[in-house]
Write a protein that binds this ligand. Structure first.
Ligand code: FES
Length: 183
């Protein structure tokens, strides 16, 4: 004998499968969101988590003040290159200073030219003074920027943060920029 079709059980089954589908959809959506957030955080973390700054940007010990002054005396004040920190120690009038060796024209690395006794940018020929690193020729608009220097118990430390430099817009040596005097 054929039993009449049970409409109530069919409707209940349909409702159940719709609810399950909705739940599955929600779980899928949450999982995808969680994965996306995890991936994004993993990509962002290295930028936020600076463990140790090295080279340019760090505070770099540049030697004992007495040794630096002796070197200057023996070499007629030849600038002392620090490749790690990208600066030259210069013997400014009555002081030790640190000149960032990035040309203020278009950013080339500026070398010391021993024969010419001046800094000479190889890119477009800007020339900078031996003692003050102000411009004495070429297209550079101002002297090399100066890094802050400190004397820590007789040792010179140079702060090579390029965002925290002394700019010389007027291209002149400014005695107010002296941070480590000779004596
Ligand atoms: S970048 Fe140095 S002179 Fe142009």
């Amino acid at each position: 004998m054929i039993r009449p079709h049970d409409d109530t059980s069919v409707a209940a089954g349909g409702l159940l499968s719709r609810v399950k589908r909705r739940q599955l959809f929600r779980i899928g959506f949450l999982t995808a969101t969680l994965l996306a957030v995890t991936e994004f955080s993993a990509a962002l973390l290295p930028f936020l988590w600076v463990l140790k700054i090295e080279g340019l940007g760090a505070k770099i010990p540049a030697g004992k003040k007495a040794d630096i002054l002796t070197k200057f005396q023996a070499s007629k004040d030849e600038p002392i290159l620090n490749t790690e920190g990208r600066f030259f120690l210069i013997h400014a009038p009555g002081a030790i200073a640190a000149a960032y060796r990035k040309c203020t024209h278009l950013g080339c690395t500026v070398p010391w030219n021993k024969t010419e006794d001046q800094f000479h940018c190889p890119c477009h020929g800007s020339l900078y003074d031996k003692h003050t690193a102000v411009v004495i020729g070429g297209p550079a608009p101002r002297g090399l920027d100066l890094f802050h220097v400190t004397d820590v118990n007789g040792a010179i430390v140079v702060d090579t943060n390029p965002l925290n430099v002394l700019k010389r817009e007027n291209n002149k040596w400014n005695p107010a920029h002296v941070e480590v005097p000779d004596a």
